[in-house]
Design a protein around this ligand. Structure first.
Ligand code: PGA
Length: 247
């Protein structure tokens, strides 16, 4: 695992966008694992710019999102479907609709939906690059502390800390969904390459734990030690005090 301090959010977002861009220009049939949240907004803005400036053919690119809130329709302004449309698919409207995958949070049978999604990722994958944010509590996707390494896509309960953190996007904390359909840790680990981004002081504690080298089920992101191809891009505020230099 490599932690790279890119100084500021702007440069880190551009760097991540270039990695996505390079991936799909090298292989126009690339499979991208996508994430949502505040961290990713600038990554998509830069990615869209690169796609536009270079007229990239994305018709054969396939995308797989990590998660979706339970109970929100695809058009709900805070659903992750809606987020993806706003930040990427409406900005660069050349993706093929059937190649865009986001779990359906208001499916009639959510357990069936989770199974369908997991089987689809396994069958159409593996994902070439999975981008990830990290929760203040160390979650990746909505895999909260204590999640099993073997977990697959399923319905999960959000922790109080996640509900509080995500309430900034809703009018009131009561409106934040209490559950999500989320890829599991084992689903995420099936990607060939993983890029995790973290910005701001609030993420420093989680990144410091991630930099410690100690795998801990209470900090789900530490499972990434077991993956051979992981990079963490941080800004100065989220960078651990000890970046690992031995002197
Ligand atoms: P954020 O969320 O980018 O909105 O901080 C990240 C996460 O919870 O995974």
């Amino acid at each position: 695992m490599k932690i790279i301090n890119l100084g500021n959010r702007h440069d880190a977002s551009f760097y991540a966008a270039c990695e996505l861009f390079n991936q799909i220009t090298r292989n126009p049939k690339s499979k991208l694992g996508l994430a949502t949240g505040g961290t990713m907004v600038d990554v998509y803005a830069n990615f869209v710019n690169l796609l536009k400036m270079n007229d990239v053919d994305v018709s054969n690119v396939e995308t797989f999102n990590l998660d979706e809130y339970v109970g929100l329709s695809q058009t709900h302004p805070e659903s992750y479907h809606h987020y993806m449309q706003k930040v990427l698919f409406e900005q660069y409207p050349y993706f093929t609709a059937n190649n865009i995958h986001v779990p359906i949070g208001d499916a009639a049978d959510l357990d069936d939906e989770a199974k369908r999604y997991e089987a689809m990722v396994r069958e159409r994958g593996p994902v070439d690059i999975q981008i990830l944010g990290i929760g203040e509590n160390g979650h990746i996707g909505f895999n909260e502390p204590g999640t099993s390494k073997e977990s697959e896509t399923r319905v999960v309960d959000l922790t109080e800390s996640t509900i509080r953190a995500n309430s900034r996007y809703f009018d009131t904390e009561e409106e934040v969904p209490k559950q999500a359909v989320s890829m599991g840790l084992s689903t995420i680990m099936s990607a060939k390459r993983i890029i995790l981004l973290a910005f701001g002081e609030k993420k420093k504690d989680a990144i410091t734990k991630l930099a410690s080298g100690i795998e801990d089920a209470d900090v789900p992101a530490t499972i990434l030690y077991e993956h051979p191809n992981v990079e963490i891009y941080v800004d100065e505020a989220a960078a651990p005090d000890d970046m690992g230099r031995e002197d």
